[in-house]
Structures are given as structure tokens and as C-alpha cells.
Design a protein around this ligand. Structure first.
Ligand SMILES: [Zn+2]
Length: 141
């Protein structure tokens, strides 16, 4: 019995360390889980473990914009094409070119066909590009 008590005392220190380690790994695990769920099931809202809800669009435009930009823009363009929209307004970084960041054909604020937009959903890694439908336009400006 006496030897078991000694072992128990030694184990208390180890137990504290384990608790600290488990606590530290919780936060990144939560974020990754929420992201995967939204990508797989196309939810309208991302729901965090604390109950907070965030619209998928806002979520995609913030933390994971670079990672999901191509898929997100492709989804926007597909919906617009289905609705008969032919032209898109481009929102991008002020210096960003259409086919590469250094392209002299600047993208931001320009009007492109849905087909052109689908060919260049972004022009470089971490590109901020997004598209807004312009159903009011039936021919290029
Ligand atoms: Zn860009």
C-alpha cells in the first residue's frame, strides 16, 4: 500500500501536464472541423462549437478566402449562368492583373463575360478576386 501511495503522488505531476496539453490542442481542432463540414455539405451557416453562426459567404470571404476562392467563385459563376446572367463585375486588389498579378490588364472594377470569369476565377495564389452579377448588362461596355 505504502509503495502505491508513493507512485500516486508521482503521477499527479504527470496528470497536470497532460491536462495542459489537451487544452492547448482544442482550439485549432475546432476551426478545422467547422471548415471541413461547410465544404463537404455546403451549409448556409458555419456553426461553431460555442453556438455562434456565421454566414458561409462571410466565412469564405475572411479566414479561408485564399483556400476556397476558386471553388467559391466557380459556384457564383455557375449560379449566375443558370440564371441567364452574361456579365460579371470584377472585385479584386487594386493592382491585380487579369491573368497574373503583373498583367497590365487590371481586373478590379472591370466587366467580364461569365465565360471569361470562369477561365480566370483568380489570377494568382491568395488572390482576393470575387465576382458580382450584372444582370442589367446585355453587351460589353
Ligand atoms: Zn488578385
Amino acid at each position: 500500500m505504502a509503495s502505491r501511495r508513493t507512485g500516486g503522488q508521482g503521477g499527479q505531476g504527470t496528470g497536470d501536464e497532460r491536462r495542459d496539453r489537451a487544452h492547448n490542442t482544442e482550439v485549432p481542432g475546432q476551426e478545422g472541423e467547422s471548415g471541413e463540414r461547410a465544404a463537404e455539405h455546403q451549409l448556409t451557416y458555419v456553426i461553431y462549437r460555442n453556438g455562434a453562426r456565421m454566414p458561409v459567404q462571410a466565412w469564405a470571404e475572411s479566414a479561408t478566402l485564399a483556400k476556397s476562392a476558386v471553388a467559391y467563385n466557380a459556384g457564383t459563376l455557375n449560379r449566375c449562368r443558370e440564371l441567364g446572367v452574361r456579365f460579371m463585375e470584377v472585385f479584386d486588389g487594386s493592382g491585380c492583373g487579369w491573368t497574373s498579378h503583373s498583367d497590365i490588364d487590371k481586373a478590379n472594377g472591370t466587366i467580364r463575360t461569365v465565360k471569361e470569369a470562369a477561365a480566370w476565377p483568380i489570377s494568382h495564389p491568395r488572390c482576393m478576386r470575387a465576382f458580382g452579377p450584372r444582370p442589367d448588362l446585355t453587351s460589353p461596355a
